[in-house]
Write a protein that binds this ligand. Structure first.
Ligand SMILES: [Fe+2]
Length: 153
């Protein structure tokens, strides 16, 4: 069990959504695509990982996405660099829908639960900054959506 000092230390390392947004904006202003390996599946690269936050760049080819998931209690800032994603998320006891367009940014509360999918023809690139860090497992265990291999009915 952590001592009160450890709890204080851990709490002080959690960034605000404003700080997360500023980091996401800075990464988006550079060459975020350079952090993502080449390929045709959904893929990602880590830009920076600290005790306080992690920053990722994710590439979403057409038809790929993530089914409903949370972020393990982390708050986040998400910035769309290119392309367009559809997000469905839980809010007010219902599932809401919004489109995340290139240039747009969103902040996600620590209890945000959402599905994200690229329904457009072109690949989307996004920057994600999480605090506290979600770790690599956060991406590996999320359920993938791949409409390219899912038969339409
Ligand atoms: Fe997410």
């Amino acid at each position: 069990m952590p001592t009160s000092n450890q709890q204080l230390s851990s709490a002080s390392l959690t960034l605000t959504t404003e700080e997360l947004s500023a980091i996401a904006d800075g990464i988006a202003a550079g060459d975020p695509g350079a952090f993502v390996p080449s390929g045709t599946d959904r893929r990602w690269g880590i830009v920076v990982a600290t005790e306080a936050y992690e920053a990722w760049v994710i590439a979403w080819p057409s038809g790929t996405g993530l089914a409903m998931h949370d972020h393990g209690g982390a708050r986040a800032a998400v910035r769309v660099v290119s392309g367009r994603l559809r997000e469905r998320f839980h809010a007010g006891g219902a599932v809401q829908l919004r489109w995340l367009d290139a240039g747009q940014a969103q902040v996600l509360s620590a209890d945000h639960v959402h599905e994200v999918i690229n329904l457009n023809d072109t690949e989307a690139i996004t920057v994600h900054v999480y605090s506290p860090p979600v770790g690599d497992m956060g991406f590996r265990v999320d359920p993938e959506i791949d409409l390219r291999t899912t038969p339409s009915t």
